[in-house]
Design a protein around this ligand. Structure first.
Ligand SMILES: Cc1cc2nc3c(=O)[nH]c(=O)nc-3n(C[C@H](O)[C@H](O)[C@H](O)COP(=O)(O)O)c2cc1C
Length: 345
């Protein structure tokens, strides 16, 4: 077992955190990761506080192990994604860790969560934001440029991570972006990470709430099929993402630094369910396809990072956690351990 500040703090076996991925990281995936010894992370998307409470309870029915809750701090066409009500639910439910993304949350929320016994993490690619946040007692997830989904980072993880570790020392740093096998996990730990945060690899798992066609496209993609674009998101405009290149991404290459205006008359690309209601997906919709989605996959937002190129099968999430962790440990012990214990792997 690899022990780090992360495993010690949460009493987990592996320094493995599942990314909290909107629409994808629902209770089955969260529980599968936690049950395998990692730290699952529940995504809230646009769920209101009472639905968040139900999701936390549903996760607890599937696991007695710790897991985190993910919040995006942004106002979208669905309104503010995170409110004081969400924070209150986390405290009431004694969630061990809350992860914020995109913007630094209000200091009052951080204080409330910490006073209520919840750890607070911020996912960021910015050393300045991280240094400001740690003064409020926040821990850091460093997001590299290769990470899937929404991503503002301008630097790859191999450069960002050691710089971040030094900049916020002794605060623990978790590494996010491009980690999809034991080699990447071992490398991140060598660069000073307390653990890894894995997204894309977990989209292509049995328990993920992604549509089967979306999982299949991740499995078939190489890193050359991944693009950075802002075209998606009338719901959340002008936010850069890493996605799989399909027809709509190819058509807008070179003209993709802002979300394009909605066409007149309005065009739709499919339908899905959001919060129990049918949602007709406008052109460029940033809503990720789930089993409830139908429509044209050449027009959809298929969020994925460069590590799609390391993802070649759809397997159980627990297998991903166990295999990555075992391989990382073997590399760390047999290749990098004391000289007399080294052997070829
Ligand atoms: C499909 C998908 C959806 C994501 N949604 C979120 C989200 O809702 N909140 C968040 O904090 N990060 C989100 N991310 C980013 C992850 O937290 C993380 O930075 C990233 O997955 C790590 O890189 P990787 O995809 O190479 O593993 C998402 C990533 C993916 C691939």
């Amino acid at each position: 077992m690899i022990q780090t500040k992360l495993t010690e703090r949460y009493g987990i076996e592996q320094p493995f955190v599942a990314a909290g991925m909107g629409f994808i990281s629902l209770p089955p995936l969260v529980a599968a990761v936690s049950n395998a010894g990692g730290l699952g992370q529940l995504a809230t998307g646009a769920a209101p506080p009472d639905v968040l409470r139900q999701l936390i309870r549903a996760t607890r029915e599937l696991t007695s192990r710790p897991f985190a809750v993910n919040f995006i701090i942004e106002t979208t066409t669905f309104g503010p994604l995170t409110t004081r009500g969400h924070i209150d639910v986390c405290i009431e439910q004694q969630v061990p860790a809350v992860v914020f993304f995109w913007t630094v949350p209000p200091a009052e929320w951080i204080r409330k969560l910490k006073d209520g016994g919840c750890d607070v993490w911020l996912q960021t690619g910015s050393i300045n934001s991280a240094q400001a946040a740690i003064t409020s007692g926040v821990d850091i997830i460093a997001q590299g440029r290769e990470a899937g989904g929404h991503n503002r980072s301008t630097v790859n993880l191999f450069t960002l991570l050691p710089n971040m570790v030094d900049a916020v020392d002794p605060v623990p740093v978790i590494a996010a972006g491009g980690v999809a096998d034991g080699r990447g996990m071992a490398a991140a730990l060598c660069l000073g990470a307390a653990g890894v945060c894995v997204g894309t690899r977990l989209v292509a798992t049995v328990e993920s709430n992604a549509h089967e066609e979306y999982k299949r496209r991740i499995v078939n993609a190489t890193h050359e099929d991944i693009a950075r674009t802002c075209i998606f998101g009338p719901e959340w405009p002008d936010a850069p993402m890493r996605v799989i290149r399909n027809r709509v991404v190819r058509e807008w290459t070179g003209n993709d630094t802002r979300t394009p205006p909605q066409p007149e008359p309005p065009q739709t690309i499919g339908k899905t369910m959001l919060g129990g209601r049918e949602y007709v997906m406008p052109k460029f919709s940033a809503i990720l396809p789930t089993p409830e989605t139908s429509g044209d996959f050449e027009e959809m937002c298929l969020a994925a990072g460069d590590s799609a190129g390391l993802t070649d099968s759809i397997v159980a999430a627990g297998e991903v956690v166990r295999k990555m962790s075992e391989d990382a440990e073997r590399i760390l012990v047999t290749q990098l351990g004391p000289a007399d214990s080294r052997k070829a792997v």
